[in-house]
Write a protein that binds this ligand. Structure first.
Ligand code: BGC
Length: 766
């Protein structure tokens, strides 16, 4: 038995040996070329010093000593975790944050364990750390990759200042089902847009050099298929074809891997009967095989355990065997590997090479982060105090928030509001709330720290502003881990709201979901305005039709009545810390909105899943003039608002649409151009979108697929010609064997400001 002091000396010695033998420097800790070889050598040398228990320890990820998102597995208590830390049986900790806490854990790992291997410190930095950006779905509505990258950069800067070096983001799950609450965390329904955004976020988090103390390792999650949970019900089963998996689900993951994301997280779902934490197909064959991914895979919270509840493993031992062999390298709060894996190796059931591979991947990322150069690299008390919440971060999240707003409708040009001489009634509980705009997934931010919409509007003092909440949407306190309690009876505030509305020139109504009504475990079967808000809206409309409806929501909502009656609708999502300022600046025209929907809005929930890149079907139109075609007898097939839709205060016109040729051979570059003119009265920005349709394929192809876009700024009266180049990458697709094929034949090309554009041309691929 070695004493504590001896252990400290021993661990320091190991560290010194590693640093001097291999001359650790910041420069070598890069992820390329020679640096990579050197890191591999260091990893091998360290691995050779480790016992099987210490290796398995690296594969063990513990939560800090409080519950965050899931039930604690049996037998969990702080004492055991401390013991394991001292034994070197813990590779990383999650949700430990802030200088004092991170230092405490890191010191135990580095100074009290035999080898002194530093911990990797993970956290859900989803849309900011303390200063919050809009929820990821909202940011995606900006289609502004530079702004999104910058937003992730700000998040990484704050998180790393709090001692964190690894984020569980970006979530790159494509989803076509707004019932699923986690759509707020992703980039929406489209794999092309989703891939571009995945890359921007990975770059933003990881920066140029992962060893810099203000960059953090990114995690592409949840691998894979989680966004296709049946009926949109959280944690439900997933059954999808190979071609859908490859064409729709996997592209953003592949893009994230290619952009160098250092880790992947698997998920709670099964895929065609295989709980994905135990999926060899996804983790070994595709990710680590075909894609050559050299980072590591972390499980989702206790998802290795849950292989048992799925009925795929009989006990923890079997769950550990399945998951490790399938390529899950790290067990998050499952407490399965730490107790089972060493014995599985000793009993010859799991080969030690599997463990060595997993541990090497984890250690490699720790080396890249510079943790072996200085385990306390991310711990700096002064920096923490200075960086978190600094003004430049507020400026950046405000900028991102304005860019995320989507103008859905603006009949009669009710917006922008006049700045003087108006009586404005502001109505809705969500308008004055300072908590809900922060959105879901913001564990480190303080409650009630958003600028409310009321506060944002008050900054414009040329008008008379009267605020009434109308009705409560929710009652009592709200929290990340609790269901939001919706008010469905108390109408006591209605009369005051109607009085205010009756006497106003314009009524701004802020309605929608509380921030905690979307996110994990927030599936809904109705996606309308919760509680009494629809009733309030209709009652206000009866006394004053000049309504600007500002939505607050984490998912597409079904708002058919509003879309038909309310002249102006602004999609304001949950925009983070600067919500109120962003909304007010848009409403008053100090910012001209340019956002476009990253997800289709249905007319009602019965149309879900509804998405623009659907297949055609054999009976897509009413050819025979009878009832036997693909439709509903009580609702249209078309959405309320299509993917890519979004208006501006100015007007854009498209002209001179050209395809440079009519016949091309496979592998040639196809140039497409179009001129966009700002013919309205304001400077503005337009997202020019390009879609293709492969008319005849060896598998049925979607009616439209996004294959290019550009965000263009145009001054009033200005025109610009935009060029797109299409290559085989854009024209091919994956078949049901998972092979990428490019097929000759006719293609249509569509260009415009929304997926429902009618501007089209075509060519033949030979
Ligand atoms: C979520 C993950 C998250 C993890 C850690 C889980 O419940 O599914 O996305 O990263 O908790 O907080």
């Amino acid at each position: 038995m070695i004493s504590k002091n001896n252990r400290i000396i021993l661990s320091s010695i190991c560290l010194i040996i590693l640093m001097t033998t291999f001359n650790c420097t910041t420069k070598e800790s890069t992820n390329t070329g020679d640096g990579n070889d050197l890191i591999n050598q260091k990893v091998d040398s360290l691995l050779a010093l480790m016992t099987i228990e210490e290796k398995v320890g690296q594969m063990n990820l513990y939560n800090g000593f409080w519950e965050v998102t899931g039930p604690m597995p049996d037998g969990d208590n702080a004492k055991i975790k401390y013991e394991h830390l001292r034994k070197g049986w813990v590779g990383g900790m999650l949700s430990v944050r802030g200088y004092d806490n991170v230092m405490k854990m890191q010191q135990i790992a580095v100074e009290e364990s035999r080898l002194g291997i530093p911990l990797i410190i993970g956290f859900d930095v989803i849309h900011g750390y303390k200063t919050l950006s809009p929820i990821p779905l909202a940011e995606s509505a900006s289609w502004d990759l530079e702004a999104i990258e910058n937003s992730a950069r700000v998040a990484a800067t704050e998180a790393s200042a709090a001692g964190i070096n690894w984020t569980f983001a970006p979530m790159v799950d494509i989803s076509r089902d707004p019932r699923w609450g986690r759509v707020m965390e992703g980039a929406g329904e489209d794999p092309y847009l989703g891939s571009k955004i995945a890359v921007a976020r990975v770059k933003g988090f990881q920066g140029e050099d992962l060893s810099q103390p203000n960059t953090i390792a990114a995690t592409a999650k949840h691998f894979a298929g989680y966004g296709f949970a049946e009926a949109g019900r959280e944690y439900n089963t997933v059954d999808i074809s190979v071609s859908k998996l490859h064409n729709v689900v996997l592209p953003p993951f592949k893009a994230a891997a290619e952009a160098g994301a250092r880790s992947f997280m698997n998920s709670f779902n099964d895929l065609n009967g295989d709980p994905v934490s135990g999926s060899t197909y996804l983790q070994r064959d595709i990710l680590k095989g075909e894609w050559n991914f050299d980072g590591f895979v972390v499980s989702d919270w206790a998802s290795i355990n849950e292989i048992i509840y799925w009925g795929r493993a009989k006990d923890k031992k079997e769950a550990a065997e399945i998951a490790s062999i399938a390529g899950s390298d790290m067990d998050m709060e499952g407490h399965v590997y730490v107790y089972e894996l060493a014995n599985l190796v000793k009993d010859g059931i799991v080969d030690e090479s599997i463990i060595d591979d997993a541990v090497s991947r984890i250690l490699r990322v720790k080396f890249e982060l510079g943790l072996f150069d200085d385990p306390y690299r991310y711990c700096n008390k002064e920096n923490e105090a200075k960086v978190i919440g600094q003004q430049s971060h507020h400026d950046a999240v405000l900028d991102m928030a304005k860019k995320s707003v989507v103008l859905l409708k603006n009949d009669n040009n009710l917006l922008p509001l006049k700045k003087e001489g108006q009586k404005i009634a502001l109505i809705g509980q969500l308008a004055s709330d300072k908590n809900s705009p922060l959105g879901s997934w913001r564990i480190a931010s303080d409650d009630n720290t958003a600028v409310s919409i009321l506060e944002g509007m008050q900054a414009y003092d040329g008008n008379q502003l009267i605020y009434e909440k109308g009705v409560d949407v929710w009652v009592g306190n709200t929290a990340f881990t609790k269901e939001v309690k919706i008010n469905s009876t108390d109408k006591s505030g209605m009369t005051e709201a109607l009085n205010a509305a009756r006497n106003a020139d314009v009524v701004v109504m802020v309605l929608g979901e509380h921030g905690f009504q979307s996110g994990e475990a927030r599936s809904r079967t109705e996606i309308d305005l919760p509680g009494l808000q629809q009733e309030l809206l209709e009652a206000v409309y009866a006394v004053n039709k000049n309504i600007v409806l500002v939505l607050q929501n984490g998912r597409p909502l079904a708002l058919e009545w509003a879309a038909e009656h309310i002249p102006t609708i602004v999609e304001g999502w949950h925009l983070g810390t600067q919500t109120g300022n962003a909304i007010a600046q848009v409403l008053y025209g100090d910012y001209n909105p340019s956002g476009k929907l990253p997800m289709t809005f249905p007319r009602n929930v019965g149309q879900v899943p509804i998405y623009y890149n659907h297949k055609n079907t054999g009976r897509a139109t009413n050819r025979e003039g009878n009832v036997f075609w693909s439709h509903y007898i009580d609702q249209k097939n078309t959405p309320l608002y299509p993917f890519g839709h979004g208006l501006s205060y100015t007007k854009f016109e498209y002209s001179d649409f050209k395809i440079e040729g009519s016949e091309f051979i496979i592998d040639s570059d196809i140039e497409v151009s179009v001129t966009v003119s700002n013919v309205g009265n304001f400077d503005g920005k337009e997202v020019v979108q390009l879609y293709i349709r492969d008319l005849v394929g060896s598998l049925v192809r979607p009616v439209k697929e996004l294959k290019g876009f550009e965000l263009v700024s145009l001054k009033k009266g200005e025109s610009k010609t935009i060029k797109f180049i299409l290559t085989s990458k854009e024209l091919g697709y994956y078949n049901n064997s998972g092979e990428f094929v490019i097929e000759s034949g006719e293609f249509e090309i569509f260009v415009g400001g929304s997926s429902d554009t009618k501007l089209k041309g075509g060519f033949t691929l030979k």
